[in-house]
Design a protein around this ligand. Structure first.
Ligand SMILES: [Zn+2]
Length: 118
């Protein structure tokens, strides 16, 4: 079990969350000019990187979508942000994960040192 920090509700069990996709992925447009190949690429090809990623998640309990920054190797969540924040770049209510404290997020800077349990 993993605990995810919802920026609105606090720490909750991972089963309350749904993955929404990679952050920053741009839908091809205009729709009537998108080729089938480009549409298929948008729908089915995902980079699946190792390490730090920025993803959109939904907390099913409160219904809010938010940005989660996590590491795909360690499963450590470094921060979560409301999508209401301008550019989702500012610090938000980061919630400690398994005893660690999250500092104020600075883009590109790690804010913690411990790894999350799996
Ligand atoms: Zn929530």
């Amino acid at each position: 079990m993993q605990i995810f920090p919802c920026p609105f509700c606090g720490s909750r069990d991972e089963t309350e969350f749904t993955f929404g996709g990679e952050a920053g992925k741009v839908r091809p447009a205009p729709a009537d000019a998108v080729s089938p190949e480009d549409w298929s690429r948008f729908l089915h090809l995902h980079p699946n990187p190792r390490g730090a990623v920025r993803e959109i998640w939904r907390h099913d309990t409160c219904g809010e979508f938010f940005l989660m920054e996590r590491d795909t190797l360690t499963h450590r969540v470094s921060a979560t942000h409301s999508l209401r924040e301008e550019g989702a770049q500012a610090s938000s209510a980061s919630v400690p994960h398994q005893g660690e404290s999250f500092g104020t997020l600075t883009p590109g800077v790690e804010t913690g040192t411990s790894e999350a349990g799996l």
